[in-house]
Design a protein around this ligand. Structure first.
Ligand SMILES: Cc1ncc(COP(=O)(O)O)c(C=O)c1O
Length: 473
């Protein structure tokens, strides 16, 4: 135990050192070849090593190679820095090491509280038991879509758990062109089949075209298919766009479809005063996915699935063999009856700590600050001749493009925008990623870090200019 205490002190110092200097180092850098080989090719030691040796290895071979998302100038994908409170409690969760499948102990009970807090924060009606933490939005999406599939089958008089999908009228799911890939992956996994996933076009603000949605559903009904679920975005991954949730809720109600909202990244944006109206209709969803490990900064992993009807979710998943029966369980039962995982980690502790530490005001402040950064970058871009905004900002993502000259040929700019992200990342001063918008390569910057400043935005634009100059020789 003494050895653990001594090594633990060193680890605490290592954590403090990393966090206090992360902004002084490159955001990301290529790995030294020997360290890379060490990371991938080690042999399992025959005899165990001391904890002090392990800490030394972690110091020299692991901590030097972060993904970059702790840095104030990391704007890639949707990856936040870890919250200090979340980091603090991680070793405690590991020390307790419970399985939060269920039972009468701190982990599952605190999870009920965290799920309720998350629902309250974003204004989702939350009946007790109506949600659970997951590894992330991809897993939460599968959980929600499974409930949607189960309800559709039941209302048509069959049982998907018992019978499977074979021989049934194909179920059809709707998402927009900007829907996250986890929706299609989830549909594949649930046996819906990619051919039964309709991709609805978006308008020039990258929001789902709701007339096209209605038309597609009506067409599928005419073809004898069974529309069952529509998935809207509350903060799409490419641009942060929020679909017209109220209109989509109306369409879902008209056709009797499950209304699912992907708020993995953006649900928290409802806290920004300027955006509140854009989320009208979120509270009408049958299910909502949001990721505390995104905007909230809960250390990975922590996703969340919220559902309006907990009984239905339980009905879709509950499978309690004799060796798991718990006669002492209360009416809500075990979390493992509401999802896929049986052994479940103590995610609630890091989520609870993060939310308690920030409080509602701190969370709102974080959302407002990062949303403001996205708008500020958009204004800088609009004032610059050599950049173009690709869509108005809604949440905390700015989608844009570089063009070396205002009347530069689109193909040339496209090629540059395709090449910029990797080259920029290798320079190490800022990190942003690329995507394709309306068929053209684009750059996007996602703001989640409370430490990012306006100065960092200027550095981003300058670095893109320098990278473009390098690329064009
Ligand atoms: C809008 C959206 N949905 C779903 C996901 C998938 O989330 P996860 O990576 O937690 O599975 C992401 C990830 O960035 C996302 O931005």
């Amino acid at each position: 135990m003494e050895e653990l205490v001594r090594a633990g002190r060193e680890v605490a110092e290592l954590v403090a050192d990393h966090l206090s200097t992360v902004g002084d180092h490159p955001v990301w850098g290529p790995l030294d070849a020997a360290d890379r080989a060490w990371l991938t090719d080690q042999r399992l030691p025959l005899e165990g090593r001391s904890l002090a040796e392990l800490v030394a290895d972690v110091r020299t071979r692991v901590m030097r190679y972060p993904m970059g998302n702790g840095h104030p100038r990391f704007f890639g994908w949707v990856n936040s820095p870890p919250s200090p409170a979340g980091i603090l409690v991680e070793p405690l969760a590991a020390a307790l090491n419970p399985s939060c499948a269920g039972g009468e102990h701190a982990g599952p009970l605190l999870e009920r509280n965290v799920v309720r807090w998350l629902a309250e924060l974003v204004g989702f009606p939350h009946p007790p038991g109506g949600g659970l933490l997951t590894s992330g939005a991809s897993m939460a999406t599968i959980v929600c879509l499974a409930a949607a599939r189960h309800r559709a089958a039941r209302s048509d008089g069959w049982d998907v758990r018992e019978q499977g999908l074979s021989g049934q009228v194909p179920l059809v799911l709707y998402q927009s062109e900007e829907g996250h890939s986890c929706l299609a992956k989830g549909a594949e996994l649930l046996g819906i089949g990619r051919r039964n996933v309709r991709t609805i076009p978006v308008d020039d603000r990258f929001q789902m075209n709701t007339s096209a949605l209605s038309a597609a559903i009506a067409d599928d009904i005419r073809q004898g298919l069974r529309p069952f679920c529509v998935c809207a975005s509350a903060g799409s991954v490419n641009t942060g766009a929020i679909d017209s949730l109220g209109e989509i809720a109306d369409i879902a109600a008209e056709f009797g479809l499950w209304f699912h909202v992907d708020g993995a990244y953006g649900a928290l944006g409802v806290l920004a005063e300027r955006n509140r109206g854009d989320y009208a209709g979120l509270d009408r969803a049958d299910s909502l996915v949001l990721d505390p490990h995104k905007w909230l900064g809960v250390p990975v992993d922590c996703g969340c699935a919220l559902v309006r009807d907990p009984a239905l979710l339980r009905d879709a998943f509950s499978f309690v063999p004799p060796y798991l029966r718990d006669e002492g369980a209360d009416d809500l039962g075990w979390f493992s009856e509401y999802g896929i995982e049986q052994t479940r980690p103590f995610r609630a502790l890091r989520a609870w700590a993060t939310m308690s530490h920030l409080g509602r005001e701190g969370i709102t402040g974080l959302v407002n600050h990062t949303t403001r950064l996205a708008h500020t970058l958009a204004s800088m871009i609009e004032q610059a001749d050599d950049f173009e905004l690709r869509t108005p900002v809604t949440t905390s993502i700015t989608a844009f493009g570089y063009r070396s000259h205002p009347d530069d040929h689109a193909d040339r700019s496209d090629e540059l925008n395709r090449q910029i992200p990797t080259a920029l990342q290798h320079r190490g001063r800022v990190f942003c990623t690329g995507t394709t918008l309306a068929g053209r390569p684009a750059l996007r910057a996602c703001f989640l870090n409370p430490a990012t400043t306006e100065e960092d935005l200027l550095i981003l634009l300058d670095e893109i200019r320098t990278t473009a100059a390098q690329l064009t020789g």
